[in-house]
Write a new protein. Structure first.
Length: 442
């Protein structure tokens, strides 16, 4: 069962377990080690952050700039208490593509809609502030949180496996590169000592990249063609005399159709912060509070869309890095955000990082996503969830099947799937299914 303790203002809060962090949230590493730790987070988020704009036809430099700026905005909103990195959100892709198609390819409705979704986060945050956070414990007990965390990690497993090349009739070279990346990361994390032990992903990516070059899997053409210094290709809703591209704010039905996506992303937001709370042994939904994390995420999303970039969201890849390295330092994440902003101005470096093969990212992701899922099991074990109660079996099994079975619920332009769908199912089942009395047989 879930253990609860009196929280602030007499509310009940989930009791978090003690964890052994090498650097806690408010601690800072030394300068040089800290730089490598921050670079590790940049590499972890890069692949997914640039993939979203590539799918939507947006400039990669804008997404990179917006992810760094959005992360800094989030940190200010959360009083630098939460080690979260924000990157491009996949949840908005379908709705944005729909809006752009309805507008003949114009980004006006899509960008305006995402700006409004970000502002809607702020409105929800105000209600959360007024109503408090006590309802979180009722909606998200361990029997819901555990499976949700498992789905967040394993829901990405298919992407990791495909990137690693483990598919039918797959080429052995990408598979080998992925295995090398995975093994380097795993052995450094388990066998290395001192500083090397806390930057396993950075060495894994470098090692896998070198092997990929030897196998001819890296194309440097775009690096050669890229400029050394270039401004991010921002899109702004006003004329800049040709300095940046322009779009127009639009408030038609195509725009408002994006607002229901907030239901999906807010559910994911709560789930991601629950994962990170478990990893760090804290309760971020209470301190600094869900209202602050929502404001940070919402304002970051609105600013990113205003600049012509994709929506922002908390990144599981970086959460996985925190979980495996046990480095929860906010300063490390902050510096990673600053590096991302600076790199958005270096054309050749951006092009170079984009040459990292999917096999390398896949090998790393197998470990990252697995770490996230394992924390879901940890919640169920540490909170001693009683699976002799049939209601708990029903809740967990339905959430896992819906979340991992590619279940999709289409509601107009909004698609509920994965984490959001399983979270809604788990919350509803937990509220309506009766509790049982189970007698111990001793």
């Amino acid at each position: 069962m879930c253990t609860k303790t009196p929280g602030k203002e007499g509310k009940m809060e989930l009791q978090t377990s003690k964890v052994d962090l090498l650097l806690d949230v408010d601690q800072k590493p030394e300068l040089v080690p800290g730089l490598f730790l921050s670079l590790q987070h940049v590499f972890a988020m890069f692949g997914a952050t640039v993939l979203v704009p590539l799918i939507l036809g947006m400039p990669v430099s804008v997404a990179l700039f917006a992810s760094g700026l959005g992360t800094l905005i989030y940190m200010v909103a959360t009083q630098f208490k939460v080690p979260v990195y924000l990157g491009s959100s996949f949840a908005f892709i379908t709705a944005m593509q729909f809006a752009m198609a309805q507008m003949g390819g114009s980004p006006d409705a899509a960008q305006t809609g995402v700006v409004l979704v970000g502002l809607l986060y702020v409105v929800v945050a105000i209600f959360v502030k007024l109503l408090g956070t006590g309802w979180i414990n009722r909606l998200l007990p361990p029997i819901v949180i555990g499976p949700m965390i498992i789905v967040i990690g394993l829901g990405l497993a298919n992407s990791a496996v495909k990137n690693a090349g483990f598919v039918v009739d797959g080429d052995w070279k990408p598979m080998f590169v992925a295995v090398v990346t995975f093994l380097i990361t795993a052995f450094i994390n388990t066998k290395a000592k001192g500083f090397l032990k806390i930057i396993p992903f950075l060495f894994g990516i470098i090692g896998g990249y070198i092997v990929a070059i030897c196998f001819g899997l890296v194309d440097f053409t775009k690096v050669i063609e890229a400029q050394w210094i270039a401004l991010p290709e921002l899109y702004l809703p006003f004329d800049t005399n040709g300095l940046f591209n322009q779009y127009h704010l639009y408030f038609g039905p195509e725009t408002w159709a994006l607002l229901p996506v907030a239901v999906v992303t807010i559910a994911e937001h709560i789930g991601d912060h629950t994962v990170l709370s478990q990893i760090c042994g804290k309760q971020f939904l209470s301190d600094p509070g869900l209202h602050r994390t929502l404001i940070g995420d919402g304002v970051a999303t609105a600013v990113s869309a205003f600049l012509g970039g994709p929506a922002n969201t908390t990144y599981g890849e970086n959460t996985g890095v925190v979980g495996l390295t046990r480095i929860a330092s906010v300063s490390v994440i902050r510096n990673a955000a600053i590096i991302a902003i600076l790199l958005s101005f270096f054309g050749k470096f951006t092009a170079l990082v984009r040459t990292i093969p999917n096999a390398v990212l896949g090998g790393m992701a197998i470990l990252l996503y697995g770490v996230i899922a394992s924390n879901g099991l940890k919640v169920l074990i540490e909170k001693q969830v009683d699976f002799r109660q049939v209601r708990n079996l029903i809740i967990a099994s339905s959430m896992l099947v819906l979340g991992l079975g590619s279940a999709v619920l289409q509601l107009g332009p909004v698609t509920l799937s994965g984490t959001a769908l399983c979270a809604i199912a788990g919350i509803l089942l937990n509220l309506i299914l009766p509790h049982e009395k189970v007698e111990d047989n001793e």
